[in-house]
Design a protein around this ligand. Structure first.
Ligand code: ATP
Ligand code: ZN
Length: 300
């Protein structure tokens, strides 16, 4: 087997909303990459993992065709590709293996502000501009609505103003773009976030073990993202109250303080952010010498 075939290839968006987050997460999993001159491939220096930098729309196809073993891409793109392939009579050869909790958005139908919308039946016989013809067609079919999807490759939100469509179906996160174009969200078709997909082609045992290790590390990175390590001193009698105030923590470590019968040190990992109010409440409960530290890694 060729050396390159033993390396894992991960397809990542080249430039866009997912790029920085995707590479940052992989770096937090311990991967160091060098960018090549053509910027198409980032070679892993310390692990047999290379990143292929591509357009996000190409990622499910590259994973399905086994050009890449894994891909990091929005669920919206994965589902659209799956439906497109189904409509062409074939199946995507990829599976979703992990949710990454970033790139959150939703695919929604939006209507011009002055248009009445009472429910899916308001879509009967209208034109809907979208880049997501597969997902929209599927939604219309499931709701038994005869409406016409009009394919737009970008700038979907101006279609009603141009008279090309009555409604639009596009990705929304804050809703500001819709508002700026005089549109309002009327139906959500899909809630999306970035996910990891894997090819259905079987991997060698070594490669699969490395994929499993990356996923375990990703899980560890995501679990501690908002976690803090908190240390404090307190009178032993205040322990119960202090435990109740520690946000999202499991059993804390309680240690006696040298030279004091009554005082203890409490150390705990809090799974939620620790705000100033929490520290002030802990202090009011008798805690002193409070320290809050970020948690970088966790392996359960
Ligand atoms: P490419 O050049 O790679 O095709 P693109 O323009 O299709 O890029 P981006 O705008 O960078 O893609 O969005 C990438 C992904 O980010 C989307 O597919 C979606 O999963 C996610 N996303 C999160 N919020 C939004 C949003 N408000 N609008 C569009 N995409 C969003
Ligand atoms: Zn794209």
């Amino acid at each position: 087997m060729e050396q390159s075939e033993q390396r894992i290839k991960i397809a990542v968006q080249k430039t866009g909303r997912l790029t920085d987050h995707s590479i940052d997460l992989l770096e937090r999993c311990g991967l160091k990459v060098t960018k090549s001159k053509n910027q198409l491939i980032c070679y892993g220096e310390n692990m047999p993992i290379d990143l292929l930098l591509v357009r996000d729309d190409d990622i499910p196809g590259l994973v399905s065709d086994d050009v890449c073993d894994l891909g990091i891409v929005g669920l919206n793109v994965v589902e659209e590709k799956r439906l497109q392939l189904e409509q062409e009579g074939s199946n995507g050869r990829f599976k979703q293996i992990f949710e990454l909790d970033f790139g959150h958005c939703r695919l929604s139908i939006a209507a011009p502000e002055d248009v009445d919308y009472v429910g899916p039946e308001s879509l009967k016989n209208v034109k809907i501009a979208t880049s997501y013809v597969g997902l929209l067609t599927d939604y219309l079919k499931r709701n038994r609505i005869a409406a016409e999807p009009i394919f737009f490759s970008g700038a979907v939100e101006i279609a009603p103003k141009l008279g090309r469509a009555d409604f639009i179906c596009d990705l929304v996160s804050s809703g500001e773009t819709l508002l700026a174009n005089g549109l309002r969200e009327v139906a959500v078709l899909l809630e999306s976030e970035a996910v990891v997909i894997q090819t259905l082609a079987p991997l060698s045992d070594e490669k699969q073990a490395l994929v499993d290790k990356i996923i375990q590390r990703l899980d560890g990175v995501l679990k501690v993202r908002d976690s803090k390590y908190i240390m404090l001193h307190a009178p032993r009698s205040a322990l119960a109250e202090i435990r109740a105030l520690l946000p999202g923590s499991e059993s804390p470590t309680v240690l006696p303080l040298e030279g004091s019968d009554d005082k203890i040190a409490v150390h705990a990992v809090c799974r939620e952010n620790v705000f100033w109010e929490t520290l002030e409440n802990l202090k009011a409960a008798g805690a002193s010498s409070l320290l809050v530290l970020p948690v970088e890694k966790m392996l359960a």
